[in-house]
Design a protein around this ligand. Structure first.
Ligand code: F6P
Length: 548
């Protein structure tokens, strides 16, 4: 019988209280085959969640919660193209962009979108390959050497993260650059190192109104026009947007404009033409492999039973950690240097999607929603913030990511990387007791007084939860899988939290106030009387510094 959500939550609270003393150390002692029982696999990817602080009973209760929240129905609504983004009356159909099975339909609000999707994908991939192969050239007839993606948020983080992750697959003669910030240093520093005569600019913006992107695009256009002449602008610019009329007004040739649809959220748009810079870099075949990887996960998410369904497990474990164990952060630590921007990418995916305070009905949400997501690659993080992860007062759940075999990297380094990754999750789980520390210090010859003073500083509580993704190697297909796993994890959590994971009203107020302040900041004589005293004081300070 399917329970209601409040009963399922109450059962979990009761279970948490009853199992409060249980530690991961004990769980491993009690079940020597814990890894076997608490991991899932998808082809050449293993998801090990055995070091999480949970039991088989915890999982059963979490599955009951998922059933009570009607995960099946909501997932069917997502894949069925219903307008599940209720505040914007839109479907969230990014899965259509990576549906690679010929002839298979997919619907957004009743219409089969696949003919349009396939045509747009084809147009984008043909263009990307032609740039890569030098069939489409710069104004001077030379091959493009540099590609600059101008965009921000979902129009930047996806291609920037993936361009770095898949660097070994990027053609040697091409360099990808990403300009996002309205801070003139971003574009300025990039322009300084570019050969403009062989640089292609891609202006990426779903809305084609975003202040940062429009400002950077106008400045880049000016730079090209002044270096190469106005007639070169058409050859050196292209655009990706859902707002084709606005792109035309900017002056970009229609055959250089790549569209997508309002049922693709910005943070889910890497699979669309927003991936153009990536497609140019890695070429059509590899880009299609990237899409195939995400499709693998869509199929897995739809068909795998709950206890083997990786995004479902990821989502429910996150809910358990945050809402029952009270752990309000989530670190993502790739032991994979090229995944250096993956944590930032996931910050937008998780925090913009699930950083909400009201339910679908507009009522205050009673559960804690998005955790704070952060991370840096290992081993670097070990020498920076891992101190807090091991001994701080607030345990931080961690996702570790590691490839079994490196791509274009010295294999002699790789065992060191892998050993460090495994050692960290082991240390976090196992810890080191006071008795062990005392014995160790005693063996080192310290006297009892010195031991008593030093020992407490060297104790590790352990019992700190982590999961590890171990995959064969970071290929385009694997990257597609990793991203899609997290996308569906976020969806699962949104279902449990009963929130709209596909809108982002929380970014609007700041934009509105910035627009109000721009004329006041730009005009030293404008009155600040209507502003609060802090904002007025800061503007007065800015003006004083500007005057010198
Ligand atoms: O301000 C937030 C946001 O709307 C993100 O959701 C989006 O990815 C980003 O800005 C960029 O928007 P656009 O692609 O429309 O320029």
């Amino acid at each position: 019988m399917v329970q209601d959500v409040s009963q399922a939550l109450a059962d979990l609270r009761f279970h948490h209280a009853a199992s409060r003393g249980l530690t991961t150390q004990t769980l491993f002692e009690q079940d020597p085959k814990r890894f076997e029982h608490f991991h899932a696999a998808l082809d050449d990817l293993i998801y090990d969640y055995s070091k999480q602080r949970l039991t088989a009973e915890t999982l059963d209760l979490l599955f009951a919660l998922a059933r009570a929240a009607k995960l099946d129905e909501r997932r069917a609504a997502l894949f069925g193209g219903e307008a599940i983004n209720i505040t914007e009356h839109r479907a969230a159909m990014h899965m259509a962009l990576r549906l690679m099975t010929p002839g298979k339909p997919m619907f957004a609000q009743g219409a089969n979108v696949m003919p349009e999707v396939v045509a747009a994908r084809d147009k984008m991939c043909v263009f990307a390959q032609a740039i890569r192969d030098g069939v489409i050239t710069a104004t001077n007839g030379a091959r493009f050497t540099d590609v600059v993606n101008i965009g921000i948020g979902g129009s930047d983080l996806g291609p920037a993260m993936a361009g770095r992750a898949l660097a070994p697959f990027v053609a040697d003669h091409l360099t990808l650059h990403f300009v996002a910030n309205v801070d003139g240093a971003d574009l300025g520093d990039t322009l300084r190192k570019l050969p403009l005569a062989t640089t292609l600019f891609i202006v990426c913006s779903k809305t084609f109104t975003t202040l940062e992107t429009m400002t950077n695009a106008q400045s880049a256009r000016k730079a090209v026009a002044s270096a190469l002449g106005e007639q070169a602008v058409g050859d050196h610019f292209c655009a990706v947007s859902t707002q084709l009329d606005k792109v035309a007004a900017f002056g970009i040739k229609s055959d250089r404009v790549f569209g997508f649809w309002d049922w693709v959220g910005g943070r889910y748009s890497i699979w669309s033409a927003i991936g153009l810079s990536l497609a140019i870099g890695i070429g059509r075949d590899a880009f299609e492999q990237f899409l195939h990887g995400a499709q693998d996960v869509d199929e897995h998410f739809l068909s795998a039973p709950l206890d083997q369904n990786i995004p479902v497990l990821m989502g429910l474990i996150g809910i358990w950690n945050h809402n029952f164990l009270g752990l309000s952060t989530q670190a993502v630590i790739p032991y994979d240097e090229r995944l250096g921007r993956f944590p930032a990418y996931l910050q937008q995916l998780e925090m913009e999607s699930n950083g909400k305070s009201v339910t679908l009905d507009g009522e205050p949400v009673t559960l804690s929603t998005s955790p704070v997501v952060f991370g840096e690659p290992g081993t670097n993080g070990q020498h920076a913030f891992f101190q807090m992860l091991h001994q701080g007062t607030q345990p931080v759940p961690i996702d570790f990511l590691l490839a079994a075999t490196p791509v274009r990297a010295d294999p002699r380094h790789h065992h060191l990387l892998a050993a460090n990754c495994f050692a960290q999750s082991e240390a976090l789980m196992r810890g080191r007791s006071l008795a062990d520390v005392e014995a160790q210090l005693h063996a080192q010859g310290l006297n009892s007084e010195a031991i008593a003073k030093l020992a407490p500083h060297k104790v590790f509580s352990g019992n700190r939860p982590s999961s590890t993704f171990l995959y064969k190697s970071l290929t385009p297909r694997m990257l597609g899988r990793l991203i899609a796993l997290y996308e569906h994890k976020v969806f699962v959590q949104g279902v449990i939290l009963n929130i709209d994971s596909f809108d982002q009203w929380g970014v609007e107020l700041g934009k509105e106030l910035a627009n109000r302040l721009v004329p006041i900041v730009a005009d030293a004589t404008a009155s600040t009387d209507a502003l609060d005293s802090s904002t007025a004081g800061l503007i007065a300070g800015l003006r004083a510094f500007e005057r010198g």
